[in-house]
Design a protein around this ligand. Structure first.
Ligand code: GSH
Length: 232
């Protein structure tokens, strides 16, 4: 049996739930409340989630989990067989994981009106004392991380402009296509969707995506194909 160790609102955990759903694999969830975040090191020394447990074996990092699942359950495929399309799929996934991720973090947790909505979701599985502590500590911690990464030093106006450029590029790339890579849903679609869904849940990101109907339609298409994952 597969067990997904997760933080429910993490886009990387959403990505893995959607992959499991796409591949029609049953699984159970071990939700890690924020107060137990240190316990993650027992399953993944880096302290990050998602981590997938498969019969006593632990696979960490959403990319490694995705390729593990692709090898174990090849049908329906998630990664294109054609080398050029496979490379493109990898580039999209890396863009989502290593660039878009920081925009969603910046928007959801360091912009006050969005943080007020998202902090209760982050601590949904925690006792009241942890909810109170998180309200004080989490935005500060995220500002620290984003300050070092760089996006934390940009104004909200600059961040929104960057997001508009990213979403415009996505719209241009999609054109009349249903999917990002080739003619079928792939890991590229799921990875980009998972980050954009978080960006869309911020007021600013929601407006950017609503103004680009082709991207909104593509998001609905990916959601239809991969939603209903447990724990969401
Ligand atoms: N590259 C990793 C990133 C995972 C990641 O950053 N997860 C965050 C939650 S969104 C986390 O566990 N953060 C806890 C920490 O950094 O201590 C992946 O693809 O799984």
């Amino acid at each position: 049996m597969l067990t997904l160790h997760q933080f429910e609102i993490s886009p990387f955990c959403d990505k893995i739930r959607r992959i499991l759903h796409w591949k029609k694999q049953p699984y159970t969830v071990r939700e890690v409340p924020l107060r137990d975040a240190m316990s993650v090191r027992k399953v993944n020394p880096s302290g990050k989630l998602p981590c997938l447990e498969d019969d006593g074996r632990f696979i960490a990092d959403s990319t490694d989990i995705a390729y593990y699942l692709e090898e174990k359950f090849p049908d329906p495929p998630l990664v294109p067989r054609d080398p050029k399309l496979r490379a493109l799929c990898h580039f999209f996934e890396d863009w989502a994981d290593e660039s878009l991720y920081f925009y969603e973090m910046r928007l959801r947790f360091t912009v006050d009106h969005n943080a007020r909505r998202n902090l209760p979701l982050l601590t949904a599985h925690d006792p009241p004392w942890m909810k109170r502590l998180a309200r004080l500590v989490v935005p500060r911690m995220m500002r620290g991380t984003l300050g070092k990464q760089g996006l934390g030093r940009k104004s909200l106006t600059q961040i929104v402009k960057d997001v508009e450029r990213h979403v415009d590029a996505l719209a241009d790339w999609l054109g009349d296509s249903d999917w990002l890579v080739g003619d079928a849903l792939s890991l590229a679609d799921i990875s980009v969707f998972a980050e954009l869904a978080c960006i869309r849940s911020s007021d600013e990101g929601g407006r950017v995506i609503a103004a680009r109907p082709a991207v909104a339609r593509w998001m609905a298409r990916v959601d239809d194909a991969t939603a209903a994952a447990a724990g969401r």
